[in-house]
Ligand binder design. Structure first.
Ligand SMILES: N[C@@H](CCC(=O)N[C@@H](CS)C(=O)NCC(=O)O)C(=O)O
Length: 268
């Protein structure tokens, strides 16, 4: 599923990829192996200053999915998504290397994880539809909160570009912001402006708050792909980068309890 916004983050450490084989020529990693494959999550730097494994909701989703499935892995950090473009021509993170072979897109990675550890993460058709909704629709609110919302931009710029040279902070960052906001308009997230976006956000939170009161997890007693994707987006809003959106989530006790519950179930 396409994700148009650029969540460009700054990282102290740069990784250069060395594989010269075009990804299209590689076999998709199979889960039907006898030995345990080596898993490497290619991502950006940890967002430890705001208590997250990553600023990227898609990388957060994969961290939690790997842990929920009990799969051991290591991380490889890059300064920006395009560092991994030899592994992922879409120039996005996350990428999961399975014995050196890349799987790109967090939903494809999650599908690999589900197959690799049957029974640990529920994955019905309805749960995959919700997973897709979280990655596309819910993600729009997270991107808008960080890139479009004037109340948050100074903090976000500081967090993303703090270690960048001054011209990146002062010239490139505002240009990127304009580009990301234009993608949000194209996605219909920001077409009606700030008020329409945040009204729609609150309506969505209200519906979720009602829905998640029914069971321990989104669709029943078991953790599913839907929970991992919803958590990736909404937990990323519960930080000091986006206080208004964090408080909007906090104001919904059912939703907050649900996110805490997914957090505990996947933080192992
Ligand atoms: N559909 C992709 C979206 C991944 C994505 O948008 N990643 C962001 C970081 S949060 C990225 O790499 N952005 C760079 C870009 O889109 O150019 C997935 O599920 O993995």
């Amino acid at each position: 599923m396409p994700m148009n916004a650029i969540n460009l983050l700054q990282v102290p450490q740069t990784t250069s990829e060395t594989s010269d084989t075009p990804p299209a020529a590689r076999r998709l990693p199979s889960t039907a192996q006898t030995s345990t494959p080596t898993l490497v999550l290619c991502e950006l730097r940890a967002a430890s200053e705001i208590g997250l494994e990553s600023h990227s909701p898609f990388c957060l989703k994969i961290h939690r999915s790997l842990r929920a499935a009990g799969l051991a892995y290591t991380s490889r950090h890059g300064s920006r998504p395009s560092v991994f473009s030899k592994l992922n021509p879409r120039a996005q993170v996350p990428v999961l290397l399975v014995d050196g072979q890349p799987i790109v897109d967090s939903s494809a990675i999650l599908s690999y994880i589900v197959d690799a550890r049957p029974g640990t993460i529920s994955a019905t058709a309805e749960e995959w539809l919700m997973e897709d909704w979280a990655d596309t629709s819910l993600n729009g609110f997270l991107v808008a909160s960080r890139w479009a919302d004037d109340r948050n931009w100074d903090r976000v710029r500081q967090a993303y570009f703090a270690e960048a040279p001054w011209f990146v902070r002062t010239l490139v960052a505002p240009m990127l912001r304009r580009k990301v906001v234009s993608t949000l308009v194209a996605r219909d997230v920001w077409r009606g402006g700030a008020e329409a976006c945040w009204t729609s956000f609150e309506r969505t939170l209200d519906r979720l708050d009602t829905r998640v009161r029914r069971h321990a997890f989104f669709s029943g007693p078991r953790l599913s792909v839907a929970d991992l994707a919803i958590f990736g987006q909404l937990h990323s809003l519960r930080t000091e980068l986006t206080p208004w959106q964090r408080d909007a989530v906090l104001a919904r006790p059912g939703l907050s309890r649900y996110l805490d519950h997914v957090n505990e179930a996947t933080a192992v």
